[in-house]
Ligand binder design. Structure first.
Ligand SMILES: Cc1cc2nc3c(=O)[nH]c(=O)nc-3n(C[C@H](O)[C@H](O)[C@H](O)COP(=O)(O)OP(=O)(O)OC[C@H]3O[C@@H](n4cnc5c(N)ncnc54)[C@H](O)[C@@H]3O)c2cc1C
Length: 399
């Protein structure tokens, strides 16, 4: 394979959408694009994490998906005559997870993205003149004119310091290869106070387990994980006008409703708590005492809860994604970072003329929704402009 135009590192929601946009909108040729991801299939981590929670519908509205046309999901539903069969849930026409996933498969199929998927992990990137060399875990090396870091944060589940690792009775629901779901009826402690913890607790109850939910804070009800004003100019105009990236970080932290639950999940949860079906414990965990046949969860309040299994649903760590790959790139290419360690990029999401970012790494430019599907679409808008300008420049040089 010669030098590519675009190499996307990460085949999750962001990487797949960006690839579709480069091919379908900017007009980059398919054989000039690759997506590197260690999964057997594209979107593997997305599917794994969402399936585990038992969520039936997305939290985001139907215009947030991976295809080019924002109305694509609605059009698909209309074509199937499925508009009224529970495919979308109120409020905001949130798509059913299965329907959304089938639509993702369709996007992958239409743009032939599975053929562009290189099953490997990117270990290191080196920029040499007009090229970026990327070393892969399978021993190969790819060279591209530009790379996009679409790494997401699903590789770094938040594992609290008090939770011992490598214990058969303690699992993180978002860890890679998670196989800790109870098969027979058990007593399970679910730790976490956000939407995923709530969905996991409800799924366990539904499957006949005895569930204790342990959260540091009372349930916080919010429809989205940040106010919907962040989806457009209402709040983004002020955010973009703020030139101090450290101040931008504070704005993002304040704007994000971390550990929040939308009303449609909060309602069944409250009912389960009120009827005594689910035991609710509010307070920090001090320690987990793992015994042969149980785990004792000691809370800071002095309360102790005995369960057969603990499922951590504590989300993902907030530290900058990318580990050594990104650390090495920052050092070798002298890339700028804010105090929080995240990239300082320009409006086109360029961290370096050859290196672009999406998802959490683009947060200081795209704001609180950068990690979400909406953020992937906004990143697509910016990266398509760069790719289109490159193609025009190449055509001009050739003529
Ligand atoms: C349970 C759940 C439900 C969610 N629901 C919604 C929702 O309804 N609406 C919404 O807008 N958002 C939702 N989100 C948030 C967000 O949209 C998802 O987390 C989404 O998966 C993020 O996509 P991503 O591509 O950035 O990251 P990921 O899904 O994490 O994908 C990144 C990929 O990059 C790979 N990767 C990492 N490092 C390397 C490397 N060095 N080399 C090669 N590959 C690498 C990873 O293995 C992974 O496959 C949800 C998140 C979760 C966890």
């Amino acid at each position: 394979m010669g030098c590519l135009d675009w190499l996307i590192i990460g085949g999750g929601i962001h990487g797949v959408h960006l690839a579709a946009r480069l091919l379908g909108e900017a007009g980059v040729e398919a054989d000039r694009v690759r997506i590197i991801d260690p999964g057997q299939q594209l979107l593997e981590r997305w599917r794994h994490c969402t399936e585990t929670t038992g969520m039936t519908h997305l939290r985001s509205p139907s215009v947030h998906h991976l295809d080019l046309n924002p109305w694509s999901l609605q059009l698909r539903a209309g074509q199937q005559g499925d508009r009224d069969s529970g495919i979308f849930a109120a409020p905001n026409d949130r798509p059913a997870l299965d329907f959304f996933n089938d639509h993702c498969d369709e996007v992958i199929e239409i743009f032939g993205l599975a053929e562009l998927h290189v099953r490997a992990r990117a270990l290191a990137c080196t920029i040499e003149g007009e090229r970026v060399h990327v070393e892969l875990s399978n021993g190969a090396q790819l060279t591209s004119q530009k790379v996009v870091l679409a790494l997401g944060s699903s590789d770094q589940p938040e594992w609290p310091a008090w939770a011992p690792r490598n214990q058969a009775r303690i699992h993180h629901v978002f860890s890679e290869g998670f196989d800790g779901w109870p098969q027979d009826p058990e007593s399970v402690g679910v730790v976490g106070g956000g939407i995923s913890a709530a969905q996991v607790a409800l799924r366990l109850l539904d499957e006949g387990h005895q569930v204790h939910m342990v959260a540091r804070h009372a349930l916080r009800e919010h429809q989205f994980d940040s106010d919907k004003g962040w989806l457009g100019p209402k709040y983004m105009t002020g955010f973009s006008a703020e030139k101090d990236v450290n101040r931008r970080r504070s704005i993002i932290t304040q704007a994000r409703h971390r550990g929040s639950v939308p009303p449609e999940v909060n309602r069944p949860l409250m009912t389960a708590i009120k009827t005594g079906a689910l035991r609710w414990h509010e307070g920090g965990v001090e320690a987990l005492d793992v015994q042969a046949d149980r785990v004792v969860i000691d809370l800071v309040s002095g309360e102790s809860i005995e369960v057969e299994r603990v499922l951590l649903a504590t989300g993902f760590a907030t530290l900058r994604p990318g580990g050594e790959l990104v650390d090495g790139l920052i050092t070798s290419a002298s890339l700028a970072c804010a105090q929080c360690g995240y990239p300082i990029v320009d409006e086109s999401l360029s961290w370096h003329p050859r290196v672009f970012v999406s998802g959490p790494l683009a947060e200081l430019e795209l704001g609180p929704t950068s990690r979400n599907i909406h953020g992937a679409r906004r990143a697509g808008d910016r990266i398509v402009k760069v790719a289109s300008a490159d193609l025009v420049a190449r055509a001009t040089r050739a003529s």
